[in-house]
Ligand binder design. Structure first.
Ligand SMILES: NC(=O)c1ccc[n+]([C@@H]2O[C@H](COP(=O)([O-])OP(=O)(O)OC[C@H]3O[C@@H](n4cnc5c(N)ncnc54)[C@H](O)[C@@H]3O)[C@@H](O)[C@H]2O)c1
Length: 267
């Protein structure tokens, strides 16, 4: 029988981290070997997530976990201030990153790509692991070929730290592959209230970020043309929607030594 994939989860006690712990433990070819989170350090992660101990004690440092365990892949859902440092640390310790935390900058992505190539280790970073969201981005890219005006509205829970979402940024990037400039026929605008028109991508796509309790992760891409509008919308109602993508990505980094940014590249 093939060895199980030894997985660690960083940000294990967070909303996403807890869902990942359950998902990994439910897979027959994976073994949870470490859980890292400064919240609940010293407790059994099984107690925190499922009220049932599983023998994996929560550590307070990813670096220590990487030194003390043999870890094939690390799933990270922490926060934008830590994600670059964590991804680098995982590669430097010869493990494979599966990164859901958003907020990585373009130059950081480039550096991480070079490091993963130097090390010959698979590395997958996905602004959105929900399959439906990935399809929404692909459809928006296709629509961009035919619509010269488009705006994005993304809606998330009010504990999300970064704005706009990584998904909105990635959507605008994909749309820009099809068209260099959007909204060029808009009239000159004046914002009576600063920020009313949202953030603007280099290609002129306006991105509006809504933060409200009750929401998880939602996005609408609205394409407009004379006499018509096309709205492409995706809703994640539960964090379980991200788990098939996370599991697929763990298997991908084990089987491939490439650097992947965006789940669309492996579907
Ligand atoms: N890619 C996707 O599909 C996707 C989906 C949902 C959320 N996200 C992103 O994932 C990230 C986490 O989201 P969340 O809702 O789970 O947040 P959360 O605040 O619920 O969880 C973050 C966890 O990280 C822990 N943490 C803080 N410092 C740490 C450290 N040094 N080492 C390890 N853990 C540490 C915190 O204690 C917390 O438990 C955010 O950036 C969010 O935007 C991505």
């Amino acid at each position: 029988m093939a060895d199980k994939i030894k997985v660690a989860v960083s940000g294990a006690c967070g909303k996403m981290g807890q869902a990942v712990i359950k998902a990994v433990r439910a897979e027959g070819d994976m073994e949870l070997v470490a859980a890292v989170d400064p919240a609940n350090t010293g407790k059994d992660i099984g107690e925190v997530v499922e009220n049932k101990s599983c023998g994996v004690i929560i550590g307070d440092s990813l670096e220590k976990a990487l030194r003390q365990n043999q870890i094939d892949a690390v799933v990270d859902f922490t926060n934008p201030d830590l994600v670059y440092k964590h991804t680098k640390l995982i590669l430097e310790n010869s493990s494979r990153p599966v990164i859901g935390t958003t907020g990585l900058k373009e130059n950081e992505l480039e550096e991480l790509k070079q490091l993963s190539q130097q090390k010959g280790l698979g590395c997958l970073i996905a602004p959105n692991f929900a399959l439906g969201a990935v399809l929404m981005m692909m459809f928006a890219q296709k629509a961009a070929k035919y619509f010269s005006n488009a705006e994005i509205i993304e809606l998330h829970h009010n504990k999300k730290k970064d704005a706009p979402s990584g998904t909105a940024i990635k959507t605008a990037e994909l749309m820009t592959l099809e068209r260099e400039k959007f909204g060029q026929d808009n009239c000159a605008e004046t914002e009576t209230l600063k920020g009313s028109r949202g953030g603007v991508s280099e290609s002129g796509i306006h991105i509006h970020s809504v933060r409200l309790p009750g929401f998880i992760a939602h996005q609408e891409v609205i394409c407009g043309a004379p006499g018509q509008a096309l709205t492409i919308r995706h809703d994640s109602f539960d964090r379980i929607s991200f788990m098939p993508g996370v599991i697929l990505s763990i298997r991908h980094v084990m089987a491939n030594n490439d650097f992947v940014y965006g789940l669309d590249n492996i579907l």
